[in-house]
Design a protein around this ligand. Structure first.
Ligand SMILES: Nc1ncnc2c1ncn2[C@@H]1O[C@H](COP(=O)(O)OP(=O)(O)OP(=O)(O)O)[C@@H](O)[C@H]1O
Ligand SMILES: [Mg+2]
Length: 546
């Protein structure tokens, strides 16, 4: 009986194509409801455009247009001034899942898996049956290429329905057009918010956006400086896992263990390599591919017991505390701002940097949970907040010591916006939809340290504000009683009432001066922030409709 079952099962057992898998599991890629699907498609296209323009060292100019086609159908058009895509690669980039240029490169970028835009093409095909249309041009010398692309999901292969050369005024760039089923709504987790937050952490980009209501919003660039180009690095030996090490040992071109360690890892020079071999009780001239499983274990122990310097930071391009504060000031009208950037750290051999910021007071509601803005590699994360490492880091801290109220394990309450940015060679997401950061203890610890730094600055501000408020109250109470007190003193000591009043007022004026100084300093910071905002508005009149 069991043999029969095994034979029957054998007839049914066959490979599943990755495209078929995601066709059925599109929710894993952010296509679980119509509203989110609209956001996901815009996000995948914009993230690619920003990556591509930066890679080409061009200041990004991105045009996003969403047209309401009626009946819950939308046309999404995203155009960039990036390097374009060579003709032969266009079908694979858009019509094959898990195909891209970023998965194998160890440097910070928004994309990683090679699935974002092809999944959007798959979703368009599933919901409207229409192919993706793309125009791409790689230089003024080449004509633009136009293609219509679909996906043969059974074989995870691109289907090209149309291909022709086209006139396109642009010197270089890419324009894609997708028809999808979706739903448009403003407010939290909307395309509008995604683009607004994208503008905050990408101050070098100009984004033009026409929403389905045909309103045009402009997010002009606030700086002409491109972010520093992250450099590609090799993995750091700390935290590298057995399976990865085994694969590296088998595929390396290095002939000895020592040269393998120096060539295939970052931060390992000949001296460190020798020390690792010594600590691992392995010969430096062993052949990498011949290492046995126990010897790989020894090698891992050897790495653990050798002091190796931290990974280089140039594979990551953080926003920087100053620009982050600028971005926050642009977005949140508050009375106090603090930001903090940490030094690079490693999780599983992968470098990362945490940045955090706090905006306090102003127009923000004081009786609700704080607002949390999450970013990974300059991309806003709008879904799955409570599954995110940022949420765990914040709720695990004691915010009462910083002057906010908080119930155990919950977000603190107060007029506060908190920003957390993870910049990494490989941000670990909890799912393919890249919505929340996984709970790696090393990452959570760094988030806490950055937030504690901002928290300390916040509490010193709140305390100072409280002290000034109390002093002011004491002064005004005392001031009211001066004539009465002076009258009593005259009766007791004979000192003239007018003279005492005069003296007492002089005493008070010293305190008043201090308070005035504090207030003026505060006014200056506020005015500066407002002036900066005016300048940005003059550059291109930001319109934003919440
Ligand atoms: N606008 C564009 N300009 C130039 N190249 C692009 C553009 N869009 C996509 N590409 C290329 O196509 C590849 C595939 O894009 P896709 O969005 O599917 O994956 P990815 O960005 O590498 O990773 P992820 O799945 O995380 O988004 C990219 O790696 C990039 O090389
Ligand atoms: Mg992408």
């Amino acid at each position: 009986m069991s043999e029969l079952t095994a034979v029957k099962l054998a007839q049914q057992q066959r490979e599943v194509s990755v495209a078929e898998f995601f066709e059925r599991n599109r929710h894993l890629l952010g296509f679980d409801n119509k509203r989110k699907a609209l956001l996901t498609v815009v996000k995948e296209a914009c993230d690619n455009s920003l990556d591509a323009t930066e890679e080409a060292r061009v200041l990004p100019e991105i045009n996003v247009e969403i047209i309401d086609l009626g009946n819950d159908k939308f046309r999404i058009i995203v155009e960039d001034n990036g390097p374009g895509i060579v003709k032969k690669q266009i079908p694979n980039v858009f019509g094959k899942l898990l195909y891209g240029s970023k998965f194998h490169s160890m440097k910070m970028s928004r994309g990683q898996q090679g699935i974002g835009i092809s999944a959007s093409c798959l979703y368009a095909q599933l919901t409207t049956g229409r192919p993706l249309r793309v125009i791409s041009k790689i230089s003024p010398k080449h004509p633009a290429v136009y293609m219509e692309i679909g996906i043969d999901t059974k074989n995870n292969r691109a289907q090209v329905f149309k291909e022709e050369e086209k006139e396109w005024k642009k010197e270089h760039g890419t324009r894609i057009e997708l028809d999808i089923e979706g739903s448009y709504q403003k407010g939290e987790q909307s395309v509008d918010v995604y683009l607004k937050e994208t503008a905050i952490v990408n101050p070098h980009a100009t984004i033009l956006y026409t929403n389905p209501k045909a309103e045009q919003l402009i997010f002009p660039r606030a700086t002409d400086l491109l972010p520093v180009q992250p450099k590609e690095i090799k993995p750091h030996p700390y935290g590298v896992e057995h399976g990865i090490l085994m694969k590296m040992l088998q595929t390396t071109e290095s002939r000895t263990l020592q040269s393998f360690l120096t060539n295939d890892f970052s931060r390992v020079g000949p001296g460190t390599a020798k020390e690792i071999c010594q600590n691992a009780r392995l010969l430096p001239n062993s052949k990498p591919s011949e290492l046995t499983h126990p010897q790989i274990e020894q090698l891992m122990e050897g790495i653990k017991n050798t002091k190796i310097i931290a990974p280089p930071a140039d594979c990551i391009s953080p926003i920087g505390a100053e620009l982050l504060e600028k971005g926050l000031k642009k977005e949140v009208n508050s009375e106090f701002y603090a930001t903090s950037t940490r030094s690079p750290e490693v999780y599983r051999g992968i470098p990362f940097i945490i940045e955090a910021g706090i905006a306090y007071g102003g127009e923000q509601a004081g009786d609700q949970s704080i607002r949390l803005l999450r970013f990974a590699n300059r991309v806003p994360l709008l879904y799955q907040q409570s599954s995110c490492a940022t949420f765990k880091a914040i709720t695990g801290m004691n915010w009462r010591q910083y002057g906010l109220s908080q119930s155990q394990g919950a977000l603190p309450i107060g007029p506060v916006t908190v920003v957390v940015h993870l910049a990494s060679v490989w941000p670990p997401f909890t799912s393919e939809a890249k919505e929340a950061i996984a709970h790696y203890p090393e990452i959570i610890k760094e988030m806490r340290l950055a937030l504690q730094d901002c928290g300390r600055k916040l509490s010193s501000y709140i305390n100072k504000k409280k002290r000034v408020g109390e002093a002011q109250q004491r002064i005004s109470i005392f001031e009211n009683y001066i004539p009465e007190v002076a009258g009593f003193l005259e009766a007791l000591t004979g000192e003239k009432k007018e003279k005492t009043i005069e003296k007492m007022r002089q005493m008070l004026s010293k305190n008043k001066e201090l308070i005035q100084q504090y207030k003026e300093a505060h006014e200056v910071t506020k005015r500066e922030a407002e002036e900066k905002e005016d300048q940005i508005e003059l550059k291109g009149a930001i319109e934003y409709d919440e």
